[in-house]
Design a protein around this ligand. Structure first.
Ligand SMILES: Cc1cc2nc3c(=O)[nH]c(=O)nc-3n(C[C@H](O)[C@H](O)[C@H](O)COP(=O)(O)O)c2cc1C
Length: 136
């Protein structure tokens, strides 16, 4: 199975999460600055939220892809105020015609002292289990 992992990460949280996914799947994660040119079975896409929004670069990255060449998108991310960035990630990709997996992974991501230390070791272990259970 061909797998790719892309993320936008301002404070390194999504990058840490991408690294865990990469460890499980045996793939090197890259930021959304790295174009995805080959066909993939699964594309993991992750980000946090800033002032209520995922970074606009995610939409630009999604637009750079051909939905016919990405069988399934799996969303992940972290946030501190709302539950999850995943609904925004999901609608960006669904609106462009991608098939987005029902299952996704979200956890807390620190905003200063709010949820300080997250994603923590437990969060990353839960992510590891999520990926192993669903995609390995
Ligand atoms: C300046 C700033 C603004 C943020 N705004 C939000 C927000 O509007 N909603 C939310 O749920 N989390 C918010 N957060 C929390 C981030 O989404 C959280 O830190 C996330 O883990 C960042 O992921 P990243 O390091 O991969 O970019 C904010 C954090 C900072 C530092």
């Amino acid at each position: 199975m061909k797998i790719a992992i892309r993320y936008y990460s301002k404070f390194g949280h999504s990058a840490q999460m991408a690294q865990v996914i990469g460890d499980v799947m045996g793939v090197k994660p890259e930021s959304i600055e790295t174009p995805l040119t080959e066909e993939v079975d699964i594309l993991f896409v992750g980000a946090g939220l800033f002032l209520g929004k995922v970074n606009g670069g995610i939409k630009d990255f999604a637009r750079s892809l051909n939905p016919q060449k990405v069988k399934k998108v799996v969303c992940f991310g972290s946030s501190a105020i709302v539950n999850s960035p995943v609904p925004q990630l999901r609608s960006i990709f669904e609106d462009l015609g991608f098939s987005v997996a029902t299952e996704s992974f979200s956890c807390h991501g620190s905003m200063g002292p709010i949820y300080g230390g997250h994603p923590n070791a437990d969060d990353l272990q839960s992510l590891r289990e999520f990926v192993s259970r669903n995609y390995k």
